[in-house]
Structure formats: C-alpha cells, structure tokens
Design a protein around this ligand. Structure first.
Ligand SMILES: Nc1ncnc2c1ncn2[C@@H]1O[C@H](COP(=O)(O)OP(=O)(O)OP(=O)(O)O)[C@@H](O)[C@H]1O
Ligand SMILES: [Mg+2]
Length: 374
C-alpha cells in the first residue's frame, strides 16, 4: 500500500537528520561516507515519492503545487550532495533515441529488449531473457555513451559511468571497495539504474602469463555483482560495457552470458551524417550553402563526434569574425553567419579521429564473431 503524506514526510525528515549526522563523520570514515551516499540516494527516492503525492493532492488544493516544486528542488540538492561524496551517479539523462543519428539496427534491438524488460509478462510469453548484458564496441565518437544514456532516459532511471581510472585504486583492496560501493548505490536506486562500464577492455583484459592481477580480481567481482544486479525483483538494472578495443577483451568474457548482446557502434552512413549536421546547425546562424558543402565533404571517414566538433569550431570562427567587426564598428556590426569560408578554414587543420584501418578492424571483429570464429 502507498505510504500516506504524513508517513512520507516523517520518513523524509528522519532520513535528512540521519544524513546530516552521518555526513559529519564521513570525512574521516570511509564506511560513513558510503552510508551517507546511501542516505542521499534514499533522500532522492523519498523526495520523488513525496512530489508525486503532493502533485496528486494539488488537484484538489493548488497550494500543494509549491510543495511539489520544493521536492523537485530537494532532488537537485541531494544530487549535488552525492557528487560531493564522490558518487559516479548522475541524474536521469535527457538524451533520447531520436537524438542518436543512424545505428537503426542497434536501436531496434535495444528497443525490443527494453519493451520486454518493461513488460515482464510479454518477456515470459515469448520466452525472452531480459537478464543479459550488453557490450558496445566501435571507433571513438560514434555514440556508445549516447546509447547508454538513451537507455536510461527511456527507462526513466539514473545513469552511472565507471572507467578503469575510477575503479582501480592504489592501495590493496581499494578497487574491490570501489566496486562494492558502486553496486550498493545501484541497488539503492529503487526504480533501477543504468551502469556504463567505459573502457571496459582494461577490466576484461585477455589473461596472459603476466596478467594484471588487480584487473582479474576486479573483473570477477564485477561479473559476480552483475549476476546479482537484478535479484531484487522487478527493478530495471542494466549494465553495459563500452570499448574501442574489443580484441583486447578475453574471449571467456565475450562468451559469458552477461554480454550476450554485442553491438558494433560503427561509422555513420550518409543519412546519419546529415542528421548530425542538422542537429549541430539547428540552433546556429548559418548560410544554406555551408550546409550543402558539409553534406558533400563530410564523407564516411568522419565520425559523428568529428562532425559535431567541426560545427562547433565553425561557430567559433564565425563568432571570432563577428568580434573583430564588432570592435571595429563600436558594436554596430551585423551578426556573422557560419559560412563556407569558416568551414574550409576549419577543415584545413582538422584531423579525423578514425583511420580506414581502424574501421576495418572493427568490421573484422564483428564478422569473425558472426561466423562463430574467435
Ligand atoms: N550516433 C550519433 N548521433 C548523434 N550524435 C553523435 C552520435 N555519436 C556521437 N555523436 C556526437 O559525438 C559526441 C560523443 O559521442 P559519444 O560520447 O556517445 O561517443 P562514444 O562512442 O561513447 O566515444 P568514446 O568511444 O570515445 O567514448 C556526442 O555528444 C554527440 O555530440
Ligand atoms: Mg563514450
């Protein structure tokens, strides 16, 4: 049964009071810091529940609208507290699948999967396992992080990112503790959460004679935690790995059921590149001719991130020209649109982030796996 307004208010103030005392001790004590993080998480959960309650009540009594707004402000406050306490958590991302250009096949598979995850009875009817992990590989700047954020947005849950540098610690046991902390935070998110393990090839590295023991320990612990990630029942917890170097991942991990969905997040096709150009130019002043030239020049050797970077630099060049005019005319200059000359200037020094050999490598990796090779 849903809690009443009074019960929630009491719980909220008790949690806030406990948070304050815990936080005071957190500076000197690791355990307390983790405890404070959990309380801050809980603060967010309670503030959101209270907000829903006040919103319902405001239908009869508009004065509750203000209280609902107050709750929303509290959520932001708790989020600030969390980041001060060193949490890898961020809010619910605003990126949607529509913001992602191209990758149509990947989006369809992920949307099917999310549909099954949100509707357990459907998953059961069609015998679809939702207890899977995803691995995204491909060149830098093609949308891996965007995909992870769009998944969190679609599920309406929080987004966490970890990288080897946030996990591997310098003293014994530190990495293990970091992972435990992250997973206990994940579990504290009542509606679920999305965790992106970025640069995951260094965690799931090939095991060689002189393998990094810390990495093996961390990988095993991560897999163990991943297995338990959905045990609470009904929550939507998704763990994704992302990498630019899939061939450095140990085959044993690739075969592991936790990574049963593997996607090449590859170079954008013509339509996708056009979409990125339009997204980039949308809010900027530009001449139509520069758009045409961009579409013509930015071919399949440019990543989405290259294209958005180029557009940003073009905007900067246009602004620079405007500033010069502005100073010359004592502020009476006409605004300067991004034009072909700015684009050409930027292109004369731009270096692409991906080579044809790299693209080839990813395709080879995908094809070998498709054909069942290793
Ligand atoms: N498919 C895409 N559609 C639209 N914009 C994109 C796409 N891919 C990349 N971008 C642009 O490039 C930026 C970087 O993308 P993102 O962080 O998702 O790349 P990534 O694949 O995670 O790269 P890395 O491997 O370096 O982590 C985005 O913020 C966006 O501006
Ligand atoms: Mg990324």
């Amino acid at each position: 049964m849903a809690k009443s307004q009074v019960e929630l208010e009491q719980e909220y103030s008790a949690n806030t009071a406990l948070y304050k005392t815990t936080k005071e001790k957190a500076e000197k004590d690791e355990k307390q810091r983790l405890e404070a993080r959990k309380l801050a998480q809980r603060g967010i959960g309670l503030a959101l529940q209270l907000r829903r309650t006040y919103e319902d009540m405001s239908k009869d009594n508009p004065t509750f609208k203000e209280k609902a707004q107050w709750c929303q402000n509290q959520v932001s406050r708790w989020e600030e507290e969390l980041s001060k306490l060193g949490s890898s958590m961020s809010g619910i991302p605003s990126t949607t699948f529509d913001d992602i250009a191209g990758l149509e096949d990947v989006k369809i598979t992920i949307k099917n999967y999310l549909f099954a995850l949100k509707n357990p009875e459907v998953a059961k009817r069609y015998n679809i396992s939702t207890n899977v992990g995803m691995l995204m590989y491909g060149p830098p700047g093609t949308g891996k992080t965007l995909v992870a954020k769009a998944i969190a947005h679609e599920l309406g849950v929080r987004f966490f990112v970890i990288t080897p540098s946030t996990i591997f610690g310098s003293y014994v046991g530190e990495s293990e503790r970091n992972i435990r902390d992250i997973f206990s935070e994940l579990r504290a998110c009542e509606d679920g959460a999305v965790l992106l393990v970025d640069e995951c090839e260094s965690i799931f590295a090939k095991r060689t004679g002189d393998s990094n023991r810390a990495a093996i320990g961390v990988a095993n612990q991560l897999l163990q935690e991943m297995n338990g990630a959905n045990d609470g029942g009904g929550e939507k917890r998704i763990i994704l790995g992302a990498t630019n170097c899939p061939e450095n991942i140990d085959e044993a991990y690739l075969r592991y059921k936790r990574f049963s969905l593997q996607f090449l997040i590859g170079m954008p096709n013509a339509e996708a590149r056009k979409k990125v150009i339009d997204i980039g130019l949308k809010k900027l002043p530009y001449d139509e001719m520069v758009r045409d030239e961009m579409i013509r020049v930015l071919d399949e050797s440019y990543t989405c991130a290259d294209i958005s970077g180029i557009i940003e630099q073009c905007a900067y060049k246009a602004m620079e020209e405007y500033r010069a005019n502005y100073e010359m005319t004592n502020g009476k200059a006409q605004p300067v649109n991004i034009g072909v000359k700015h684009f050409r200037e930027v292109m004369s020094t731009f270096s692409k982030s991906v080579t044809p050999e790299m693209v080839e490598r990813y395709l080879k990796f995908r094809d070998e796996r498709r054909n069942g090779g290793s």
